[in-house]
Ligand binder design. Structure first.
Ligand code: MG
Length: 257
């Protein structure tokens, strides 16, 4: 790869550093792309823009257990990114040995949303504002690709990050037939920003989200903002891993002259 052609990538200091260069080399070796010229960053929402996963995990565990589908908060982290329906179906097969009915799915998902909305409001993820600022400064387009359909959080994107996310550049569970780990959400994200896979970057915190982004052929940065081991994000193919959004923000910050 010829670095002089990577103007957009070079506007992100991350890719001028050895760690970033190596990751791009690995990414290019996996694909037969003409180039790597990122023009957009597709952000996952829960666990990336909002520190909302503890509330989601607790709500899922409580509601599922109430409905006879035992689930621990730890397991909820492994399902993150799936649609609510897909998660409920996995548990129904395991405990009821049959598919859940449409009515059961609706009741469980409604109860989960009610409980989630009763939780203390999830704060913005520490470091997320700085990451978004760096990406915008580098001239890249910002989009959201979330497996969530939680209206309360989708509405908060504009309140908490005013002017950052164009409504047409937010892909939610309502827009897709298949949730993560299927690549459809990220492929739709690419379509919305009008770019090819080698022209975008994904930021994800969930194993299934990383799997979806990698399956869509996009350079994937994992941020490990939850309780999972690093291997849970590296095994599905993350190209870079940071321990937090704050650490990612630092990697995106130009060196001081
Ligand atoms: Mg997430």
């Amino acid at each position: 790869m010829n670095p002089s052609t990577h103007h957009a990538a070079l506007s992100l200091p991350l890719f001028t550093r050895p760690q970033g260069c190596l990751a791009v080399e690995r990414f290019m070796a996996q694909h037969s792309y003409p180039d790597f010229t990122p023009r957009a960053v597709l952000f996952d929402m829960d666990g990336v823009l909002f520190d909302s996963m503890p509330n989601h995990a607790r709500s899922w565990a409580r509601v599922c257990t109430d409905f006879g589908l035992a689930m621990t908060p730890e397991e909820a982290y492994m399902h993150e990114g799936r649609t609510g329906e897909a998660t409920i179906q996995i548990l129904a097969q395991r405990y009821l040995h049959r598919p859940a009915t449409a009515q059961e799915i609706e009741r469980i998902y409604e109860a989960k949303c009610r409980l989630f909305n009763a939780c203390p409001e999830a704060p913005k993820m520490e470091g997320a504002t700085e990451v978004l600022k760096r990406v915008a400064e580098a001239g890249l387009t910002i989009a959201v690709v979330t497996g969530s359909g939680q209206k309360s959080l989708l509405d908060r994107l504009e309140q908490n990050y005013p002017g950052v996310f164009a409504p047409e550049l937010i892909v939610s569970s309502k827009d897709v037939r298949h949730g993560k780990p299927h690549p459809e959400p990220y492929l739709l994200g690419l379509e919305r920003v009008g770019l090819e896979p080698w022209e975008a970057i994904v930021v994800e915190n969930a194993p299934l989200g990383v799997e979806a982004a990698v399956a869509a052929g996009i350079f994937t940065i994992a941020v490990n903002t939850g309780p999972l081991p690093e291997s849970a994000l590296l095994e599905p193919g993350a190209h870079l891993l940071f321990p937090s959004m704050t650490a990612l923000a630092q990697a995106l910050t130009p060196p001081q002259p």
